[in-house]
Ligand binder design. Structure first.
Ligand code: KMH
Ligand code: ZN
Length: 271
């Protein structure tokens, strides 16, 4: 099996300090959190940013400040800005970090209920994002919240809008989207083309059991405050690094080596 890529989704758009006071918000805090997550074993940092009030924003300048702060902190992990932002944002807001030419960015592969909201990703939006990512040399991570989203991604592939290696993020357990279960994970994986790589993001208490299965199945794992703020039931996580470190220990016990950022770049055909 190839080495395990661990992604740390360190902030997200929906979590607040009321949910977990350890949430990083400012560019400096995000950079320190990213460095610690990388030291713990993360090879990818999935990045959302916040404005001065702590609200989600897709402002290009704010992303630039966070990315520059990460460089100053010595982060070498793959920085993967979100183009999902928060439900309700326009596509023009969402696409901004692509123009910073990061190595990767998320590309959401279909519309879904997202709690009480609707997270809109119609095919014209997806095509536009895929074209812009290709133009700016940004590798998309194909985020799928439903099994049908995989078919949308493969449609883009057929339309030659996804020319590079296909890497999926299978998100299970968002309220209103595919429920988190092992059967659903297996069904999603069975819909992927054999050459694709994939990671799993289990929401809330599903983070860990889905991670165990992904490690055993040859997939990769995403953890972090965007998806889950707890270490144990009723016990808040101290940091994203704490969540990453647990996955490293589990992987070691299961006999799966963990990829460093350079090895992750090789696995994802980024180099
Ligand atoms: N915040 C969610 C509505 C992404 O990063 O691409 C969307 C999201 C997906 O987080
Ligand atoms: Zn995200």
């Amino acid at each position: 099996m190839e080495k395990l890529i661990i992604t740390a989704a360190i902030c997200g758009a929906e979590v607040t300090r009321e949910h977990n006071p350890n949430l990083p918000l400012t560019p400096r805090e995000l950079a320190q959190e990213a460095r610690e997550a990388e030291e713990a074993g993360a090879a990818i940092i999935h990045l959302h940013v916040r404005d001065e009030e702590g609200q989600p924003t897709q402002d290009q300048e704010t992303f630039a400040r966070a990315c520059n702060a990460m460089e100053r902190e010595g982060v070498t992990a793959i920085i993967q800005p979100s183009t999902g932002g928060a439900a309700g944002m326009s596509w023009q807001e969402r696409i901004q970090p692509v123009y910073l030419e990061p190595e990767m960015a998320s590309l959401d592969c279909g519309t879904t209920n997202f709690g009480d909201d609707i997270f809109v990703n119609d095919l014209p939006l997806m095509r536009n994002f895929a074209r812009e990512m290709d133009k700016y040399g940004v590798m998309p991570e194909l985020e799928c919240f439903e099994i049908g989203h995989i078919a949308n991604a493969l449609k883009l592939r057929e339309e030659n809008l996804l020319p590079g290696h296909l890497h999926f993020d299978l998100v299970l357990g968002v309220p209103g989207a595919i429920p988190a279960s092992i059967d659903n994970l297996v069904a999603m994986v069975n819909n992927l083309p054999p050459e694709a790589t994939w990671t799993v993001a289990g929401i809330g208490r599903h983070e860990l059991p889905l991670a165990y299965h992904a490690i055993a199945m040859g997939g990769h794992v995403r953890v972090g405050f965007e998806d889950n703020i707890f270490y144990h039931k009723g016990e808040l996580a101290d940091s994203n690094a704490q969540l990453v470190a647990r996955i490293v220990r589990v992987a070691q016990e299961m006999g799966r080596e963990v990829a460093d950022p350079e090895e992750a770049r090789e696995i994802l055909a980024l180099i």
